[in-house]
Write a protein that binds this ligand. Structure first.
Ligand code: CO8
Length: 257
């Protein structure tokens, strides 16, 4: 499939998606949403792919939803079309997705990064939910996910003042998992994704599912869910292989079975 607003590449077992609307700082319009969802679904369906990386440019991961596309939309249209509901499809992807963020990740850009499984930030990254400056509020999960990542006080500060957080503050407050020099961002993210993609895919997918469950349920239910997944992994050949390889002091050869 050919895309106009993203570039896709395969690096070994990793699917790389580069947001590519440089003139609009990768603002997220309906075309980029549709192409991004198609790309992640394509990599999901590809048995040769074990993890994905989404990145933008050195200046902008994405500067938000496309304000020019949104500005004239009416309430009836927004409501009737359930504007941007397509992003929910993105969050249903079961293989891991790493956001590699350099430059601006604002509004929908910050929200897209938070929909990924974890964020690796370049040292020039800037995160923000500036929707309040436009007379609106976050609409792709910012008020909910940012609050879970950084807590109420910082989330309120960001959503009410619209101020940006730099990479150091984002790492300190738990929004990003690590910060790397901007020039090494994509390689570092690809390295992390390649490491994940070398593990047994069913256990990787279950690990993702288990961690995500922590956001959706009580501790008791989450623990029960984790234990049931854990039990089920003993049905895999890869569990036998992984543990045998440890005992035999060799590298495991996982087959995703
Ligand atoms: N939408 C559309 N175009 C954009 C956007 C955007 N979000 N951001 C930047 N652009 C465009 C600019 O208009 C400009 O285009 P042109 O050259 O044609 O004038 C080009 O990108 C370059 O931008 P700047 O000249 O402004 O670049 P600067 O380096 O001076 O500034 C900033 C960079 C600070 C990132 C600045 O561009 C900016 O403030 N952008 C807007 C940031 C913003 O407010 N983002 C939030 C958008 S709202 C949102 O995301 C809501 C999400 C939820 C919606 C869910 C609906 C259900």
């Amino acid at each position: 499939m050919t895309y106009e607003t993203i570039i896709t590449e395969t690096r070994g077992k990793v699917g790389l998606i580069i947001l590519n609307r440089p003139k609009a700082l990768n603002a997220l319009n309906s075309q980029i949403l549709a192409e991004l969802v198609a790309a992640v679904n394509g990599f999901s369906a590809d048995a040769g792919i074990g993890a994905m990386v989404i990145t933008g440019s050195e200046k902008a991961f994405a500067a938000g939803a496309d304000i020019k596309e949104m500005q004239s939309i009416s309430y009836v249209d927004a409501y009737s079309q359930d504007f941007f509901v397509g992003w929910e499809e993105f969050t249903r992807v079961r293989k891991p997705i790493i956001a590699a963020v350099a430059g601006y990740a604002l509004g929908g850009g910050c929200e897209l990064a938070m929909m990924c499984d974890f964020i690796i930030a370049a040292d020039n990254a800037k995160f923000g939910q500036p929707e309040i400056t436009l007379g609106v509020i976050p609409g792709m999960g910012g008020s909910q996910r940012l609050t879970r990542f950084v807590g109420k006080s910082k989330a309120m500060d960001m959503c009410l003042t619209g101020r940006m957080m730099d990479a150091a503050e984002a790492e300190r407050s738990g929004l990003v998992s690590r910060v790397v020099p901007a020039g090494e961002l994509v390689e570092e993210a690809l390295k992390a994704a390649a490491k994940i993609a070398d593990f047994s895919l069913p256990s990787v997918m279950m690990a993702k599912e288990a961690v995500n469950r922590a956001f959706e349920t009580t501790l008791a239910e989450g623990l029960r869910f984790e234990r049931r997944l854990f039990h089920s992994l003993f049905a895999l050949e890869d569990q036998k292989e992984g543990m045998a390889a440890f005992a035999e002091k060799r590298k495991p050869n996982f087959t995703n079975r």
